[in-house]
Design a protein around this ligand. Sequence first.
Ligand code: ATP
Length: 471
Amino acid sequence: MNKLVSLAKRRGFIYPSSEIYGGLASCFDYGPLGSEMKKNIKDLWWTSMTRKHRNIVGIDASIMMNPTVWEASGHVSSFNDPMIDDKTTKRRYRADHLIENHIEKLRRDGREDDAHRVSTYYERASETDDPNKTFYDIIIAEEIKAPDTGSSDWTEVRQFNLMFQCNMGALADSSGIVYLRPETAQGIFVNFHNVRESNRMKVPFGIAQIGKAFRNEIVKGNFIFRMVEFEQMEMQYFVKPGTQGESFEAWREERYNWYIEKLGIEREKLHWYKHDKLAHYADLAYDIKFEFPFGIEEIEGIHSRTDFDLKQHQEFSGKNMEYIDQTTKERYIPYVVETSAGCDRLFLALLCDAYTEDVVDGEQRTMLKFSSKIAPVKAAVLPLMKKGEMGAKATQLCDELADNFLVQYDDAGSIGKRYRRQDEIGTPYCFTVDHETLENNTVTVRFRDSAQQERVNISKVKAFLDEQLAK
Ligand code: ATP
């Protein structure tokens, strides 16, 4: 991870936020390459989830909403993270995380009976309206040793609400309290009828959104894995009650395949996790997890949210949230299947997946093996010599490509060094303008992964890139 974090900063992917003032915990800034790459991720997701589905449309809702939204959604009363401290090292842990990891470990060790026992206890803990989380205390005290010290010297479990509060308007009293949204989903639920009516949507249909969410996370760390300000890519799919199971399975499959087919992530690095303990709104939940260097962790959740949210909004707003099927005249509150991915976590997964060290031409190199769709820079144009006709031809090629692709022009240093610089930021193709270009109008194209080269006509470079990027 250290190598990755330092490369990310050195090459302009990610910087610590407000670094000159010592930074701010769990806040990061995306640099020139990082912001390009993040945009590529979001564009791919948006295309797959909206344009490729005629019955899914996108919105961009406001971050701040009427505070009653968060009472209706249950976030004011129960968006809590129980936390616990290891008394010896003073390290803080999320109690859920400790227990879930423990259950997984028991399963991996073949101790299915023990896993079942702890998981039943864990489910009871979430069902019980127990502010002190006594069940958690018992599970942790009896079952789990502190990962740092191996000891069982824990503090009590304490509750912590993850929502950020701010004051709107001049008064700093409770009348002006608004929240920074902790999930993008509620912006979709409250717009259910607006979107349905304005776009004549018929169930089943989906609403997609990419946007910032904010959580006052108690355990920080692992670079951009857990941030307090992050971006979600969510889609809520509204279905007829009774059909949610089928829809859930279809989305589970589609979302899993997306990572492999569209992003090129190796299947072996992706894992499913079925939730034993469900959030207050869900009746079924699976996570897609990725093998990060620091462990196997969630990148996306697929949740069957029932009719919980629309029902709650109906109750709290007094507005009817029913859908009327125009053909059968049936009325119902739709059920919701949600796919909820974190853009920043996916960014980190792609960085980890792409990081490669190998030897090329007898030299050690660091490479980011991004798929060409994700790579921030699609191609580099490198004149063998700065001045004269080579420079002019290279500049012209670069300008032509710039209409469609992010291209870098580099004429500094040896050609080998320039290739290494591009390998390190994951540029899939380098076009070199050399002596032969002046004779027959061909350039070399160098492929990042194999370091092999071919010659292509300079007039065919754009078509070549179009073809490669369409794959
Ligand atoms: P975790 O258990 O890791 O906190 P979660 O189950 O609370 O995650 P969800 O509420 O399901 O997460 O949110 C959907 C997605 O949003 C997650 O899969 C993750 O990719 C992303 N996400 C959630 N919290 C954060 C965060 N603090 N920083 C970055 N991404 C996040």
